[in-house]
Design a protein around this ligand. Sequence first.
Ligand SMILES: Cc1ncc(COP(=O)(O)O)c(C=O)c1O
Length: 402
Amino acid sequence: MFETAKTVATDPLIGLMELYGEDRRADKLDLSVGAYRNNSGEVFIMNAVKEAEARLVKNQTSKSYVGMAGNPQFNAAIENLVLGPLSGDGAMVVRTCQTTGGSAALRLLGEMIAKINGGAKVWVPDVTYANHVPILAASGCRIRIYPYYDPASSELLFEQLLTVLETACEGDVLLVQASCHNPTGANLTRDQWRELTEMVVRKRMLPFFDVAYLGFGEGIDEDMAGLREMAIAVDEAMIAVSCSKTFTLYRERTGAAILFGRDRGSVDRAFGNLIDSARCMYYMPPDHGAAVVAEILTDVTLRSQWERELRHMRERLKSLRTALATCLERFCGDDRFAYLDRQSGMFSLVPVAGRNSAQLREESGVYVPADGRINIAGLAESDIPMLARALCRTPALKSGRS
Ligand SMILES: Cc1ncc(COP(=O)(O)O)c(C=O)c1O
């Protein structure tokens, strides 16, 4: 049977990681993989996580099964973190399932949409996280694309977004990244969230929020403000949460799928469909990452330590953005990269798509995927001049066609 298998295209980021591993240059720079590095280039573990892990090792007495929805303390704490005051609002019914990372939350929610309302279209921004369309399409969702970002001006295409979404039907699903948009770093303003909310309510669409960089933009509550404003205005919504970056738990595969609505019976039935997908796919999620997050979020000391560490990461990320934009202005002689400082989160796009990214890799040892997404959180301060010089040398920039 295996001989009849067709070759499947591998994730291009994995190919780039392999090339990087084989590269013998000492001053090579990997800006492709989405992990937060400290100034020494390490993908470190937060101290709050290390402390929570030590407590778990000491106090855990059983590895017995927990249940298909996972750890109830984790689920309650994540609801509270994401929804804030809304999670205790008696008018809303909230159901949460712990998942194996944000990816499994996307998959379970996608399958739930396809099972409950196969006719619904799921509207996805152009551009978006590289796995959104593959995961949602594999879940059985019907994908439609809405305009989001113009790489030429480095601005959102908000008017075009509204125009295209006018063609959506009642019951269609709108996928929105709550903050720190991957890969553009360009986010809706508060006014734009309001305008989009008005449209979602008027057209009776269903918001599907993806929360993967909570706390990396302006702060925990600030990053969730748009989501909460839209959530309170609609009858039903769903959220995929990833704890990978926010808790430095990447390989522990920790996340959550949240449903909320106003009618208890409907939310419970939808949640039953979601849990059934988990049962048929992997039965129960792994324990460790969620137990760590629950320990952190339910302990006053650990929580404030985690918030301090997250604030430090956020502030460092902002200062890296400012330093990179300033350095690029010096090297390029104009402010075409000023947008890097206005955007937020780990990623932004630079105009080195396609063969320019290969040239950047071959000539300067800078590893950037073909879409031009750079992981600013992968930089050390000392890398910035080298990156700026390399970017300014790429043909598209040299000829001013960026
Ligand atoms: C926007 C977005 N959603 C979801 C995910 C998936 O996260 P996880 O690694 O927890 O599966 C990512 C990961 O990079 C992401 O960028």
